[in-house]
Design a protein around this ligand. Structure first.
Ligand code: ADP
Ligand code: MG
Length: 618
């Protein structure tokens, strides 16, 4: 890998790069910058979001333009106002050692006169959204007849948004002999059409695999009946208490509707779509960045500007019309070296879309099942138990402890634990105990789902914190239990615990094995899950055998001791974030909008268990 200096960049830029703390060029920068500096040619660059494309075109453009002239020499088109401002801002940072540099942003929703004034002052570089740009050209408020460089940033997205005509129109006002640089995350045929039409023998560079989504993202789908879509979404959220997600809907209307329902049901959610005012959108994004919103429901277009690194889940509430768009969506998670999950809620009629997405992303989806009520109760309970375990004691509580201690004078630790956790558990339990199975039957399922009758679901107290993901846990279990390749299934790994299934005939063996099993000096404890996990006929009168329960439940006290013994008090980032924020976990009486809620300073720490209570009320 080269250094920035070796790419041929001059001191003014190198100094700015130094100030920004960039140490080595990213791959797209490494490939694009030398070409753009040395040649006056057109370029098509394909690279995922977050790979540093702005600097890849920004550095060369800044170095090549003449800051002593007031003529507009560079035009950068980008799909949204957010991106437009982001690029302008970056360009200003990159070019801060060029005296006289004027980079102007042109976008809708702000005063056109002010923008025209800025251009008039001598903007060498204009960063614009197509709509406003076209408008300003037709009013003769800008002159791009002398530009030398035109950048089409996020070209695929601009075309998705229907800017083809505008772009064509804008480019018709630019000189023939300029250089055109096109940057895009994907290469659908519309983009190659534009490349053919407006570019001359472009040099093409590709970073990573064309169209392929990042390795950090696993893809899952959940097959439900269309009418259960929303209920399924809620389950997925409840089954992932630390979720920080973007939920994609197809239309603005659905986006608004789903967000409103979620807020109504007590989730910290918000909507992001084009019918909101800029101010509203800014507020929602701010709350999302601050993690006051855990579930951001968005349209594809509006989500384009989202630049948040630690999104844990992308949920496709509906699949996009364009298969390519799926890559943009799933690319919102698994960024900056983190892993992420892209979930799709599908109905039977959409199953073929899954296949065509698989072809594009060159990855397989894993078919997962919507967790049933009891599994969610268990997840939520354990999540709370972990939070309580990791909570730092706040000594401001001391003056009140006397009264509390008196109240519980006669209660044992065991009883106290049971009571304490019952407070939250009962809420979820009441809500979910009669919840129906939301999984729709696949037409010809050859998977394990049909053999559920004979399978047992277990709870095991190791999880992500112990370094497992579903694959490595499956391998581990197969090995220690001496089972075959397909004998451990439905492995679902959470932070500090996991679930898995085996055939019921292996049950004795599994339980016996783990009675005294220790790993790294700690007990690994397995129990039969309260619910065996999505038996098909649950709703029609539990077929579950009671001996399962008694067989699985072992000495509860011992188990909780083991668990606390095994947990060194380390907590992952999420848990820490949450426990420190979690000053009030039951502030649910307000019927507030999420943005107002966020002003009160705490939502992210809310224990999700309050949700069922609210929705039950409805
Ligand atoms: P893209 O346009 O490909 O989505 P951006 O240009 O917006 O990506 O860059 C993503 C982030 O990475 C920005 O915050 C940017 O400042 C940062 N960045 C870009 N290049 C480098 C680099 N060489 N080293 C470190 N950070 C970089
Ligand atoms: Mg970009």
């Amino acid at each position: 890998m080269n250094t920035f200096q070796q790419l041929g960049l001059e001191d003014s830029i190198l100094q700015a790069i130094n100030d920004l703390g960039f140490e080595t060029p990213s791959e797209v920068q490494d490939k694009a910058i030398p070409i753009l500096l040395e040649q006056e040619s057109d370029l098509v660059a394909l690279a995922q979001t977050g790979t540093g494309k702005t600097a890849a075109f920004g550095f060369p453009m800044l170095q090549k333009i003449d800051v002593n002239s007031r003529t507009t020499q560079g035009l950068i088109l980008s799909p949204t106002r957010e991106l437009c401002l982001q690029i302008t801002n970056e360009m200003k940072h990159y070019g801060k050692y060029y005296n006289g540099l004027n980079v102007t942003a042109i976008y809708g929703g702000a005063s056109i006169t002010d923008q025209a004034k800025q251009v008039k002052r001598g903007a060498q570089i204009i960063v614009a959204t197509p709509g406003r740009m076209k408008d300003m050209i037709s009013r003769r408020l800008v002159d791009i007849s002398k530009i030398e460089y035109a950048v089409l940033d996020e070209a695929d997205e601009m075309l998705n948004m229907g800017f083809y005509e505008d772009i064509t129109d804008i480019l018709s006002h630019t000189p023939q002999d300029k250089s055109t640089w096109l940057f895009s995350a994907t290469m659908p045929k519309e983009v190659s059409t534009i490349a053919k039409k407006f570019m001359h023998n472009p040099i093409e560079i590709t970073v990573g695999n064309r169209n392929e989504s990042t390795n950090q993202v696993s893809h899952e789908y959940y097959l439900v009946n269309a009418r259960d879509r929303y209920a399924a979404l809620k389950r997925l959220a409840d089954a992932n208490p630390d979720i920080f997600s973007v939920i994609f809907c197809r239309t603005k209307r659905d986006t608004q509707k789903v967000a409103e329902k979620l807020i109504d049901d007590g989730y910290s959610a918000g909507a992001l779509h084009g019918d909101l005012s800029q101010n509203q959108r800014d507020l929602v994004m701010k709350s999302f960045r601050n993690k006051q919103i855990q579930m951001l429901v968005a349209t594809d277009v509006a989500a384009r500007g989202i630049d948040v690194d630690d999104i844990t889940h992308v949920i496709n509430y509906q699949l996009p019309d364009e298969t390519e768009t799926y890559t943009h969506r799933s690319g919102r998670t698994g960024r900056a070296g983190k892993t992420g999950v892209s979930m799709v809620i599908v109905s039977k009629s959409e199953m073929r879309k899954i296949k065509s997405i698989e072809r594009i992303i060159k990855k397989q989806f894993e078919k997962k099942e919507i967790p049933d009520g009891m599994e969610i109760c268990q997840v939520q309970l354990m999540s709370l138990a972990n939070k309580v375990h990791d909570t730092e004691i706040n000594h401001d509580i001391d003056p009140y402890l006397n009264d509390i201690n008196t109240l519980f004078e006669d209660s044992s630790k065991d009883e106290l634990i049971k009571k304490f956790f019952s407070v939250e558990f009962t809420r979820f339990h009441n809500y979910y105990q009669k919840a129906k199975d939301l999984n729709a039957e696949a037409k010809n399922s050859s998977s394990r789902d049909t053999s559920d009758e004979k399978s047992t679901r277990y709870f095991i107290n190791i999880g992500k914190k112990d370094g497992y993901d579903w694959m490595s846990l499956k391998d581990f279990l197969k090995e220690v239990l001496n089972l075959g390749k397909d004998d451990v299934f439905k492995v679902d790994v959470k932070d500090s615990f996991s679930f898995f299934n085996t055939e019921t005939k292996e049950q004795e063996k599994v339980l016996a094995f783990f009675t005294d099993f220790k790993q790294n000096g700690r007990f690994v404890n397995v129990e039969i899950s309260e619910d065996k996990g999505r038996s098909r006929n649950r709703g029609r009168g539990g077929r579950r055998r009671d001996d399962r329960r008694s067989g699985g439940k072992r000495d509860g006290g011992r188990r909780s001791e083991r668990r606390s013994e095994s947990r060194s008090g380390s907590s992952n980032r999420n848990d820490r974030r949450r426990s420190s924020n979690n000053t009030s976990s039951r502030r649910r009486s307000d019927n507030d909008s999420s943005s107002r809620r966020s002003n009160s300073g705490n939502t992210s720490g809310d224990f999700a268990a309050s949700r069922p209570r609210r929705s039950r009320r409805k």
